[in-house]
Design a protein. Structure first.
Length: 185
């Protein structure tokens, strides 16, 4: 049982090492980092592949074959009537709105996943808002809210930030908000 636990944690470590690497990692390098032989690493890679991880072996080593997404936290402020404009501005530039979050001074941090990637998703979200008895989460904080937004490149996030700033939707992150809201959703 102890060996299985060590194998599982070692495979998690290998996956993290490959995912965080900026260049391919050899089996030898992974073995040295995890304290096992290259042959054990090869077996671990095979097990990780059967679990669905897209690990590719190249001439220079192993890489994780999944697109890296840039993610940034944005603090926004606008009215309910401007929600559709905010969301379409983001998706039209290639952003995906991962979540919505508020930082209520009494209730604390509250968030909900959104995963809005395109205009169709925006339309469905708006229809759900209009057909229900609920209001947007931002209403509990007078229109202030946060979104984690992902995109294929940092440059796209920069464009999104510029557009949100130009439309006066962007609000400044306060020091206490940075501590409690940054990071991955």
């Amino acid at each position: 049982m102890e060996t299985a636990k060590n194998g599982t944690s070692r495979r998690k470590q290998i996956l993290k090492l490959i995912g965080d690497a900026t260049k391919p990692l050899s089996g030898k390098a992974l073995g040295e980092a995890t304290g096992v032989s290259r042959q054990v690493v090869v077996q671990d890679i095979a097990l990780l592949r059967t679990e669905g991880y897209p690990i590719v072996a190249t001439a220079r080593g192993y890489v994780l074959n999944e697109p890296k997404q840039a993610v940034r936290l944005f603090k926004l402020h606008h009215s309910n009537e401007q929600t559709k404009e905010e969301l379409t501005s983001i998706v039209d530039l290639g952003g995906c709105i991962l979540d919505v979050m508020v930082n209520h001074r009494i209730y604390g941090k509250m968030s909900a996943p959104l995963n809005i990637k395109n205009r169709r998703d925006v339309q469905l979200f708006m229809e759900r808002l209009h057909s229900g008895k609920s209001t947007p989460l931002m209403n509990v904080t007078s229109g202030y809210h946060f979104h984690h937004i992902s995109a294929e490149q940092e440059e796209i996030l920069n464009e999104i930030e510029d557009v949100l700033k130009a439309k006066r939707f962007l609000a400044e992150l306060l020091p206490y908000e940075r501590e409690g809201t940054e990071g991955n959703p």
